[in-house]
Write a protein that binds this ligand. Sequence first.
Ligand SMILES: Cc1ncc(COP(=O)(O)O)c(C=O)c1O
Length: 386
Amino acid sequence: MPTYLDANATTQISSSARDAMVNALNVGPLNPSSAHSSGEQARKLLTAARDDAAKLFGDIFPEDVIFTSGGTEGNWIAIQTFLRLGDTQLISSQIEHPSVANPISTTRNNVLIGVDARGHVKLKELSEALTSSALPTMVSVQWVNSETGVIQPITEIVQLVRDIRPEAFIHVDAAQAVGRVPLDFEGIDFATCSAHKLHGPHGIGLLYVSDHAVERLPGYMNGAGQERGIRPGTENVPAAIGMAAAFTERAENFDQHNAYMQTLRDAFETALKSRLPNIRINGENSPRVGNTSNVCFPGHDAMALIAALDANDILCSFGSACSSGKPEPSKTLLAMGLSETDAYCSVRFSVSIMNTESEIEEAAQVISRVVRDFNDNNGRGIQRTI
Ligand SMILES: Cc1ncc(COP(=O)(O)O)c(C=O)c1O
């Protein structure tokens, strides 16, 4: 069995989530909008799933979260809903996931804020951008970076936005934060998450929408009005139930699960550093989620290293998971000040609660051996093949 160290890309569905889904699939036709008794049953199941899944979203009303197909759709709905206001300004950062960065890049008045060496959004640039235009404004920032695991100071960012532009909208991509950091949506208008990052099924997620946003923004999608009209379409009840089971498991074991993942990650980094003293951990001194390790192997092309590790049953990734395969250096690492060469030499390892201590120990040994083999082969690491 390969050792899967790519949990930020996706995770294995948990047995409780799978069982809950299978049970729901066996219940029968479940359309929460139907007027008959089967519809009533579906509504009850969906309400319970919403209540349970929302537990990881901090102190909110479950009715404020709507079901989506995942992080990409949640981000898209938040951004497109705001853009329907007409002439607007979108402020975001240089390190967003493509599901935020790409839609924003096509808008007219967008400002991309830089980050410092720790990977934190530069607050001075943010305040300048907030005062630079009187247009209706949305600020869109991620909570946790998928590549480095660096946690943004969201409370400080929200406070700054509210101090300067109290009426502005704030969107937070929380796809990598849910279940990994405690969340507080005070002052936030939209927050997105995705079930498959947390041992839930693919194709389902949640979007939190504040009353402030619902009252002021025109809807983006039109349809039969499900999910408060924000994301119409018949809800996927079995997937919602699967997500709720996975999220409940995390909510009930939040501290233990996160402490366990951090122990694995720290052991991994310590073992790697002792065997390969010249490696660097990108974002090491920043507040990071406990499951992510972004390692620069100076002189070693990440794509070739990942292929060699794959051949040795270690699965990891380069750059953002969704864009891996693209031969481009990571925008996040470049924005943090890494050279293009070092960005090309950086690999992401991300663990989940399904990894074991012995797997991690062995993975560190295998990685060190593969890197040393590269060194021995040509004396100066491997050449860039991309
Ligand atoms: C930060 C972030 N946002 C959004 C997404 C997209 O989520 P989904 O795969 O559910 O569309 C991802 C997926 O990697 C992500 O890491």
